[in-house]
Structure formats: structure tokens, C-alpha cells
Design a binder for this molecule. Structure first.
Ligand code: PEP
Ligand code: MG
Length: 846
């Protein structure tokens, strides 16, 4: 076994790096010691520095149990101390000083050592540890250099990748095909699990279709593969223990490495076809079943809104053209001109779509158009026809595959363009074969688009078209589809197994909040969805008929949303869900990154109020960097403000970033915490905000506990905002994501209304504002009731502003109070709606 010594100037840095590294090898099996800092001063304060004697002692301690020792150092004099320690040590096992990055090198070395690699291999792993980061940041040359430098044998399996070394599996090899299923692909933790599961066996991973390989024992090579969700691999095992190791690895891939298993279920392999009929979480019977009218199918709601329309399927990708056909020489000219014409036609189509698109969609389309008219693509394809007699379609297919492989080999952002090449390839081939173009069909009427998943070019064509909602079989909250849907304001449900079994033309109602799709819904449901989806203009000033002001604000998740909200004349932002800026992050964002993200929102509302919610990570919105542990009841777990119990620095960094962003912009920044249940939590949060220089501090009322303590909470904060989505969930003890419990998760439930009333009364008594920022804030029928219960502002998706404004303009303060009393006094949600409607229609008649 190889042991490791980490030498750092700072004891805290050494311990933290060690903690990080040991997380990679939960099974242990590696010996690491830290020699860090230069003791403490007279006051007991740690002194920065390194001590050669301490390093030598650590080497000897580790050497006692090991066959070799690798030493990693942080900066300048750490290297000198380590060199001197080599003279001072008593042991005689081989010791190597690694010219490696301290943190990344330590992680890589620990994983390689735990997998049983020898000293050369552990040292090579540490030295090549920056390759993955360089690749991710697009420094292709560095990646190549790093990979080349690190091609030494990695002990258990060798570690030669970094090039297009497409190997063939020999006949005695065990080969299994697997797909990456977890949302974030092979990042450090899955890579460490792979190395651990393969320990002791010679197993390699071959990425498909390009054939780039990495040893399962090499953390750095695995990371450099840049594998994302959906990437296919062959696992190739050879020699003793290989079959068992390949099985262990296949199980890890199937399980999504224990991450995002809900998504992994949504993306079941073709052999597993969940039955869509009969409502939520349909059983797997392996055979398609007719979907009954009224059936409610459940996926994951990733972009809110309710709309109804007929289903249109995305045309499926084209099959691979036959490689066996050879065109006789005298017919090759016709094939060549078919390619040339098709490329021009596709470039033209993409050009006209580009002209209609805006922003990000325009950039994506323009890049695809340039690919379609790339002279090399066309000339290489025509050369294949002339020299080898390939059909036009086959020639385009092969040429595109070569271009795709070259991009993938470059890694980083370049590799992400591979999907665009495939998209353009399919469009040109469809044109050649005169079959339907794959992707989103053109329609003159509104439709709900249903697909396995959507390519970037598909989603880019949606803006300005007739698509009113998206439903996909694959994907999660951070998928491209989800992000585009939110930015276009299209309701979307992803991860809905069996969605493609809903026949084209079938009417469906899509609820992007609950994540449901109702097949052939009733007329009343359609009418209410239609009414909700009609956009009514808002003049930018919310008020009751008697002139009483009720500011109407917007809910946003980032700068793009904020721009949309500003153009819809929102009076400000009532809820900035900051976690939406970082959903796909494995590492916590830096303070600078946060400042940039927050300023993007603040800049859209100069001089206006922007209420920023601190990270609400956990439950339905897990953030990999904030929610590390599996929890049995995540909705009742460490989410929202509770994250700061375990990781106070995360909250303090965010507050620091917010204070900097607020200083740099003129928006009036207010900060609030999610998921507060006690007065102590609220007081502690307020204290930290004020220490960071943020003066206007509030909390969300999302738990019944907070609603009941509203009066006491107002003593320590400046305002509250009712998160009615969670308040209903926790009051009714009903998971807000379960469509079956939809009628319980209803803000019209009298129990919820009475809690809102308590908060409203406490707000009036304290003379402090009470906002609503849950979905209830955008319910035009409920708005007068909320105001009557004491709510002073409403925040909603910008599309609802006009309708809510119109509903409020039609009533007076007194009428709101009477409607609120009637609703609050009812025994059921249905009765509450009816009672409020009765009061308001009576007043409307007068
Ligand atoms: C709520 O719970 O009502 C709320 C606004 O927060 P979120 O929906 O983000 O949990
Ligand atoms: Mg909430």
C-alpha cells in the first residue's frame, strides 16, 4: 500500500483538504497524515508555516504501514521543508515528492492509493490531477498536455487515455454497456466510487461512440472523460476478478451512483417501459396500455403554468443510413448535388428561423446554420461519394461522425457542440431523403410538444412558435429543456415515463407546477387553464378600486426572468429564488460568481424593491453542494435556512455577495430566509444579515409554526412573505409534488386561510408588510381574499400580473375584508371559494 503525507502552511487547510479527500474513499483503505502549520503562538493562535521535523515524523509514521510514501505540498517553503524531511526521516521505504496541485492532487492520490496503485501510478495520478479542470474550462491544449503527462500505469488498471486511443476488446474480455444516468455525470464522487468498485481488477471504461478510454482506477482520467448524463460506455474487464468488478460497476451506473435516482427512474432503459395509464407512478408491466381519458400522468414540474392543447410529437431521429450500398460511378454526380442542395436548403431554413429568434435561441440557431454551411462538411461528404461510392445520406453521416469525434476529443465546451453537429447532420439527411425533418414540426395552432428529450436546436425554435407547453420522457430540473422552458415561460413537465404513448392529437392539460399531464381533461379544467393562460396587460400599479395600493411584484429565478418581469411592468421582485442560479453546480459558487448572478437581477429593477431569498436548497430543489446527505424525509429535513446549521459559511458568503451586489446596483434590496420555524432562527438570521450590511431583513412564512408565532417574529424582522406552496404542504401534511394530493395542497383550504389571517393580523398590529410569494399570489380569484386577510403585496409569475391587477381593481378594501371573512369561516376549500365568489359577485352587482 502507498501512504500519503500532505504538507501545508496552514493546519486548517491541511485538515480540510484531508477531509475532502477522505470523502472520496468512504471504504477507507488508505493511510494519510497531515504535517501542517508551525505550531501555535503564545496566545494559542495557529502559526502559518511548515516544519521539516514534523514532516519527517509524518513520513516515518506513514512509512511504518506502507510500501511507499507520496508527499504533496502546498507552496514554496513547504517544498523546502519536505526536501529537508527526506534527509531527516528514519524510515527507508521509497518516498516521492509530487509536483502536483495540493487539493486536486491529494484527492487523486488518495483514490489511486485506495485502489491499490503503486507509487509511480499514485504519483502520476496526483500530477495529472488538473487535467479535468483544464478540460472543463476549455483549455484543450492543457488537457492534452496533462493527459500525456499522466499516462503512466495506474497500478490496478493503467491510466492511458487523453487521446483517441480506440481499443478493441479482445475475445477474453468481459464487456458490459452502460449509460451515465445521474444528472451531473461523472464528477469527483462517482469517479471515486468507480475507482473503489474496480479496485484490484483491470477494468477500463470506453466512451461511446468515440472510443476514448480511461482506466477505472484513475480518478483524473475518469474526470477527463467529461461524461454527462446520457453518455454511453463499454466497461471492459480483463483477468482475475474482472467479471465481478464489471458487475459492481454496472450496478453503480444503473443506480445513478446513488444520485438523482428519481431522474434515473424517469429515464428507464428501453427494456423497462412504465405504464402511463392509471395516474401517478404507474406500475411496470412491460407492455403499452391505452391511456384512459382523465388519466393523470406524473413527471416532474420544472416550469410553472397550466395550459391545455393537443399533443404533437417531435419527429424521431433518423436511422443510420445503410453502409453497404455502393453508388455506381456514373450516378455519383447526382448524389453529390443532392448533398450540396440539401446543405443549402438546411442553412436557409435555419437562417430564417434565426431571424425570428432572439437572445440565447438566436445564438444557438446561428451556430447550427454555420455548421450546415461549413464547406468542409460538404466537401468531405462529397469526396466520400466520389471516391468510395457512398450514398449521399451515408456520406453525410460518416463525415458528421468524424467532425463530432474531433470535437469530443477536444473536450470541455467544444465537446458540447457535438449535439449540434448531430442535429445538423439529421436535417441534411432528411432533406436528401425527402422525409420529415426531425425535431419540432411547424404547426399553425397551439400545441403541447411531447418528446423523449429536446435537442438545443429544437428548444431554440420554440420561441415565437405555437408550442404552449413541453412534456419530455427524460430530463430533470437542470436539463436544457427545463432551463429553456423557464426562460420562455412555457409550462413544462419532464421525466414523464411513457409520455410518447399519448397519441398525437390527444388533448392534454399540462400543469408545470404539480408536474402532471391530464389526458383528455374535462371542459371545466380546460376552461380554467385557458383563462389562467390568457395574458392581460398590467399598467405597473397594483391597487384596489378605492385606490388602496397593493404592489404587484414578480417571482424570478435569474437575470433573464428579471428582464421579462421588468417588461411586464412588475413593480419589483417579491421573490428572487437564488438557488435557481446554481442548480447544476457541484461546488458552491464563489462570492464573485454570486455577485455577478445577483447583480443581473438587481440591474433590471433600478430604484425598485427586490426581495432576495437566501438559498432554499433541499427537498424538491436539492443543490449538490449544499445537500450532501440522503434524507428519509427531505421536505422535513435540512433545507432552506436549516442548511446554515451545518454550513454557516455558505449563508455568510451569500450574504456577503448580496451586500456587494446591493452596493453596486441601485435596487432596494431586501433579504429573506426560507423555511423558518422558530423565533431564534429568525433572530439569528437577522443578526447575520445586518452584520453583513443588509438592513431590510425578513423571513418566509412557510411552516405552521412560523404562522402561529407571527407576532413574535415581527419583533425581530422587518417583513414577512407567505410561501403558500410550502405553507399548504406543511399545514395539510401533503407532499406538494404528489398530484394525487392536489386538493389538499390548495391555499383555499380554510386551515391555510386561517393561518394566513393570523399572519395578516400580526402584520397590521406591528405595522409591517406581509407579502405572498407562493403560487397563491398569482391566483386572481384569491387575491381579494388575501388582501382582506391582511396581505399587503403579492408576488407572482409575470404572466399573472394583469389578471390579478384587474381582479383587485374591481373591489374595495371593505369588500376584500368581507370576502376574506366568508372564505375563512367556511368548512371546506370548495365552500371557501364559493363563499368568496358569492360576496364578490354580490358587490359586483351593486
Ligand atoms: C413557497 O413555498 O410558496 C415558495 C414561494 O417557495 P418555493 O415554491 O420556492 O418553495
Ligand atoms: Mg417554499
Amino acid at each position: 500500500m502507498i501512504g500519503i503525507v500532505a504538507v501545508s502552511h496552514s493546519a486548517r487547510l491541511g485538515e480540510a483538504a484531508l477531509e475532502l479527500a477522505l470523502q472520496m474513499v468512504p471504504g477507507g483503505g488508505v493511510r494519510v497524515d497531515v504535517a501542517a502549520g508551525a505550531g501555535v503562538d503564545a496566545d494559542g493562535t495557529p502559526v502559518l508555516g511548515t516544519d521539516a521535523v514534523a514532516v519527517a515524523t509524518a513520513i516515518d509514521a506513514v512509512a511504518a504501514d506502507c510500501d511507499g510514501v507520496l508527499v504533496l505540498m502546498d507552496l514554496g517553503s513547504a517544498v523546502l521543508s519536505a526536501e529537508l524531511a527526506l534527509e531527516l526521516r528514519a524510515s527507508d521505504v521509497p518516498v516521492r515528492l509530487a509536483p502536483a496541485p495540493f487539493v486536486e492532487g491529494l484527492l487523486a492520490a488518495v483514490v489511486a492509493a485506495a485502489a491499490g496503485a503503486d507509487l509511480d501510478a499514485v504519483a502520476a495520478e496526483a500530477s495529472g490531477a488538473l487535467a479535468a479542470k483544464s478540460g472543463q474550462l476549455g483549455e484543450a491544449d492543457d488537457v492534452a498536455a496533462g493527459a500525456g503527462a499522466g499516462t503512466a500505469d495506474a497500478g490496478a488498471g493503467g491510466a492511458d487515455t487523453g487521446g483517441a486511443d480506440v481499443g478493441e476488446a479482445s475475445e477474453d474480455a468481459v464487456v458490459r454497456r452502460v449509460t451515465v444516468r445521474n444528472p451531473l455525470g461523472i464528477h469527483a464522487r462517482p469517479a471515486a466510487l468507480i475507482a473503489e468498485a474496480a479496485a484490484g481488477a483491470d477494468v477500463r471504461l470506453r466512451r461511446l461512440p468515440d472510443g476514448i478510454e480511461a482506466s477505472a482506477a484513475s480518478l483524473t482520467r475518469l474526470l477527463a472523460l467529461g461524461a454527462r448524463r446520457g453518455t454511453d460506455f463499454e466497461l471492459i474487464g480483463r483477468g482475475p476478478g474482472a467479471a465481478e468488478a464489471v458487475e459492481r460497476l454496472a450496478a453503480l451506473f444503473d443506480d445513478g451512483f446513488g444520485e438523482g435516482t428519481e431522474e434515473a427512474r424517469g429515464e428507464a432503459t428501453e427494456s423497462v417501459r412504465p405504464t402511463p395509464g392509471g395516474g401517478a407512478a404507474a406500475a411496470d408491466t412491460g407492455a403499452p396500455v391505452a391511456i384512459e381519458p382523465g388519466a393523470v400522468l406524473r413527471g416532474r414540474g420544472v416550469s410553472p403554468g397550466r395550459v391545455a392543447g393537443p399533443v404533437v410529437h417531435v419527429a424521431p431521429p433518423l436511422p443510420e443510413p445503410d453502409a453497404g450500398t455502393v453508388i455506381p460511378p456514373d450516378q455519383r454526380d447526382a448524389e453529390v448535388s443532392a448533398i450540396e442542395w440539401a446543405a443549402v436548403a438546411v442553412a436557409d431554413q435555419l437562417r430564417s428561423r434565426t431571424a425570428q429568434a432572439t437572445g440565447e435561441a438566436r445564438a444557438i440557431l446561428d451556430a447550427s446554420r454555420l455548421l450546415a454551411s461549413d464547406p468542409e462538411l460538404v466537401s468531405e461528404a462529397t469526396a466520400l461519394v466520389r471516391t468510395k461510392g457512398r450514398t449521399a445520406a451515408r456520406a453525410v453521416w460518416e463525415t458528421a461522425a468524424a467532425h463530432e469525434q474531433a470535437l469530443v476529443a477536444l473536450g470541455g465546451r467544444m465537446a458540447e457542440r457535438a449535439a449540434d453537429i448531430r442535429d445538423v447532420r439529421d436535417r441534411i439527411i432528411a432533406e436528401i431523403l425527402r422525409v420529415d425533418m426531425p425535431g419540432v414540426p411547424d404547426r399553425e395552432e397551439p400545441f403541447v410538444l411531447v418528446a423523449t428529450d429536446l435537442s438545443p436546436a429544437d428548444t431554440a425554435t420554440l420561441d415565437g412558435g405555437h408550442c404552449i407547453a413541453l412534456v419530455t420522457e427524460q430530463g430533470g430540473p437542470t436539463s436544457h429543456t427545463a432551463i429553456i422552458a423557464r426562460s420562455l415561460g412555457l409550462p413544462a413537465v419532464v421525466g414523464l415515463s411513457g409520455a410518447l404513448e399519448i397519441a398525437e392529437g390527444t388533448a392534454v392539460l399540462v400543469d408545470g407546477e404539480r408536474g402532471t399531464v391530464t389526458v383528455e381533461p374535462g371542459e371545466a379544467e380546460v376552461a380554467s387553464a385557458r383563462a389562467a393562460s390568457t395574458v392581460v396587460r398590467f399598467d405597473g400599479r397594483g391597487r384596489l378600486g378605492d385606490g388602496h395600493r397593493v404592489p404587484l411584484l414578480a417571482n424570478v429565478g435569474g437575470a433573464a426572468d428579471a428582464t421579462t418581469a421588468a417588461s411586464a411592468h412588475a413593480e419589483g421582485v417579491g421573490l428572487f429564488r437564488t438557488e435557481f442560479c446554481f442548480l447544476n453546480r457541484v461546488e458552491a459558487p464563489t462570492i464573485d460568481e454570486q455577485v455577478a448572478a445577483y447583480r443581473g437581477v438587481l440591474a433590471a429593477f433600478p430604484g425598485r424593491k427586490v426581495v432576495v431569498r437566501t438559498l432554499d436548497a433541499g427537498s424538491d430543489k436539492p443543490l449538490p453542494f449544499a445537500n450532501a446527505d440522503e434524507e428519509d424525509n427531505p421536505a422535513l429535513g435540512v433545507r432552506g435556512l436549516r442548511i446554515a446549521r451545518r454550513n454557516p459559511a455558505l449563508l455568510d458568503d451569500q450574504l456577503r455577495a448580496l451586500a456587494r451586489a446591493a452596493d453596486a446596483e441601485s435596487a432596494e434590496v431586501e433579504v429573506m430566509a426560507p423555511m423558518v420555524a422558530t423565533v431564534d432562527e429568525a433572530a439569528g438570521f437577522a443578526e447575520r444579515c445586518r452584520a453583513a450590511g443588509l438592513d431590510r431583513v425578513g423571513i418566509m412564512i412557510e411552516t405552521p409554526a412560523a404562522a402561529l408565532l407571527a407576532a413574535e417574529l415581527f419583533a425581530v424582522v422587518d417583513f414577512v412573505s407567505l410561501g403558500t406552496n410550502d405553507l399548504a404542504q406543511y399545514t395539510m401534511a401533503a407532499d406538494r409534488l404528489l398530484s394525487d394530493l392536489g386538493e389538499l395542497n390548495d391555499p383555499w383550504q380554510p386551515a391555510v386561510l386561517r393561518l394566513i389571517g393570523l399572519v395578516g393580523a400580526a402584520g397590521r398590529a406591528a405595522g409591517k408588510p406581509v407579502g405572498v410569494c407562493g403560487e397563491a399570489g398569482g391566483d386572481a380569484a384569491l387575491a381579494p381574499v388575501l388582501v382582506g386577510l391582511g396581505v399587503t403585496s403579492l408576488s407572482m409569475t409575470p404572466r399573472s400580473l394583469g389578471r390579478v391587477a384587474a381582479a383587485l381593481d374591481a373591489v374595495t378594501s371593505e369588500e376584500c375584508r368581507r370576502a376574506a371573512d366568508a372564505a375563512r369561516g367556511a368548512a371546506t376549500a370548495v365552500a371557501a371559494r364559493e363563499a368568496a365568489a358569492r360576496v364578490l359577485s354580490e358587490t359586483g352587482e351593486r
